[in-house]
Design a protein around this ligand. Structure first.
Ligand SMILES: Cc1cc2nc3c(=O)[nH]c(=O)nc-3n(C[C@H](O)[C@H](O)[C@H](O)COP(=O)(O)OP(=O)(O)OC[C@H]3O[C@@H](n4cnc5c(N)ncnc54)[C@H](O)[C@@H]3O)c2cc1C
Length: 459
């Protein structure tokens, strides 16, 4: 592990900032993370991460990378009350009118509330000898050299104090979807990055309930994909302290109501009754609360002709997804992994090399999210033949996966970003889908009855 000269600054102490700071700690003498929120209560929801109160699933690939960055983190999470989740066996996966069959080898995830998980990651990061986290400290703007070809510092302001200019060998903006990089770049004389955006207007409504272990047939989560005919769905996940966190919603402002009775009623209207059945007797622990996600948004920095050295946007500042696919934290961890590989080759042309690697990391989850959203005819966007074929094929895999544990496991692996999507096109997968189509059990059509034979069978 080579420790190099210079101080690296990271803007934002959320999951993206924590992952990137961990990697930078191997390559810079000192890493300073600045966070505008106060972090006095390490496990509390906070203003700068408003999405943190909503259901957050960490995909298998993300769990693996985070454990790699912070050995022992999984144990920390389990000690803090997390559930270890066998993603093929402990989760009910619903889409296209059917539930996937229980599958071995789908990977293991951990389910813990987002604020608590983030607090544990931050504690691990802060324990590194060359990392400091400055809370109540806002990044005001990066400072460029005279030629404006390189960022050489960061102006910060700690609450109640005057701004300070700090020299930096690298500044990473992990300030989230609303990060100020586009404006900061313009102020330095650079173009804004071209943006790809696919509007979805997903309305999240979340509520917490007391959990009994026998609810949901003993499973630890259910994921109901937003699919035809009503394009509604949600997720219900077991968390610490014997609680369920439940998020329901739909596209284009279709939201579950913000009162307990209305929320339950919305759950009752879902295509399968499992969520409702689990919750109808459960004790609500709060009033339901909302969040709106306007779009999938990808900023294509790799397409810019000019970009300053010594500066990188990162995490949601690069790309934020429709969160129903649970990808953001895993993508941030994967970008950190990509950055580590770039830094292992040195610091020359770091931005160009990182953007190229990050684009590759983002391509798959972007295709999964946007491709799936484009199944909804109300979502606007180009649907080239490739997208239509992939959507059609993934649907066939899912339908066959209702009876075929091998296909179900492959689907879960791809959805968890731990298996490449090409796995769904392997000769074995093609044969299994064909066998199912020719002689297998007929799969239920979308919007079929509320009876749940697949649920029972899967269990
Ligand atoms: C409703 C919702 C549900 C989601 N569910 C999931 C899920 O199930 N699974 C999953 O993996 N991902 C999920 N995500 C995405 C996930 O929350 C993010 O991808 C993840 O937090 C990584 O983002 P980030 O760290 O880049 O940015 P953010 O989490 O947005 O954090 C940005 C940080 O920067 C700080 N900051 C901003 N500007 C400044 C500044 N100028 N100076 C100092 N500090 C600053 C903020 O206070 C904040 O701490 C969800 C997102 C939403 C909106």
């Amino acid at each position: 592990m080579s420790r190099q000269e210079g101080v690296a600054f990271v803007v934002g102490a959320s999951i993206g900032g924590l992952c990137v700071a961990r990697v930078l700690a191997d390559y810079f003498q000192e890493v300073i993370v600045v966070e505008k929120d106060d972090l006095d209560d390490p496990f509390a929801p906070r203003k700068g991460v408003p999405q943190g109160r909503h259901t957050h699933a960490l995909l298998a690939r993300g769990a693996e990378l985070l454990e790699q960055f912070f050995p022992g983190l999984t144990q920390d999470a389990l000690a803090a009350g997390a559930n270890s989740v066998d993603l093929g066996k402990d989760v009910l996966w619903f889409n296209h009118g059917v539930f996937l069959k229980r599958a071995p080898g789908g990977g293991v995830g951990i389910s813990l509330s987002r604020p608590r998980f983030e607090g544990l990651v931050r504690r691990r990061l802060a324990a590194l000898g060359n990392v400091r986290i400055l809370d109540r400290t806002e990044a005001v703007e990066p400072i460029a050299d005279e030629s404006r070809a390189r960022v050489v510092g960061l102006r910060t302001r700690t609450r109640g104090e005057p701004p300070v200019d700090r020299p930096a060998a690298l500044v990473v903006d992990a300030g989230g979807r609303g990060a100020r990089t586009p404006a900061w770049l313009e102020a330095m004389g650079y173009d804004r990055a071209p943006e790809d955006s696919v509007r979805v207007d997903i309305g999240y409504t979340t509520c917490m309930f007391r959990r009994r272990p026998d609810e949901l047939g003993g499973r630890r989560a259910i994921v109901m994909g937003l699919c035809a005919p009503d394009w509604r769905g949600g997720a219900m996940v077991a968390q610490e302290d014997s609680t369920w966190i439940v998020t329901l919603g739909g596209y284009f402002g279709d939201k579950a109501p913000l009162d307990a009775a209305g929320f339950l009623d919305y759950a009752r209207g879902l295509q399968k009754p499992d969520v409702y059945d689990a919750l109808k007797e459960a004790e609500p622990l709060c009033e339901p609360f909302p969040f709106n996600i306007p779009s999938n948004l990808r900023r294509r920095y790799e397409k810019l002709q000019r970009f300053p050295e010594g500066y990188l946007p990162f995490g949601d500042a690069l790309c934020s997804f429709n969160p129903i696919y649970g990808q953001g934290m895993t993508v941030a961890a994967s970008e950190a992994d990509a950055l580590a590989k770039c830094l292992a080759q040195g610091r020359d042309r770091l931005a160009a090399r990182f953007f190229k690697s990050a684009a590759k990391v983002i391509d798959v989850p972007w295709d999964i999210a946007v491709g799936s959203d484009l199944q909804n005819p109300a979502v606007e966007g180009p649907r080239p033949l490739r997208t239509r074929f992939i959507n059609w094929w993934v649907r066939q895999v899912f339908l066959a996966g209702a009876d075929d544990a091998n296909l179900a496991g492959a689907f879960v692996g791809v959805a968890n970003l731990s298996v490449p999507p090409t796995r769904l096109l392997s000769p074995d997968a093609v044969l299994r889908v064909a066998r199912h189509a020719l002689g297998g059990r007929p799969a239920a059509a979308p919007g079929s009855s509320r009876a749940t034979p697949q649920t029972k069978q899967a269990a």
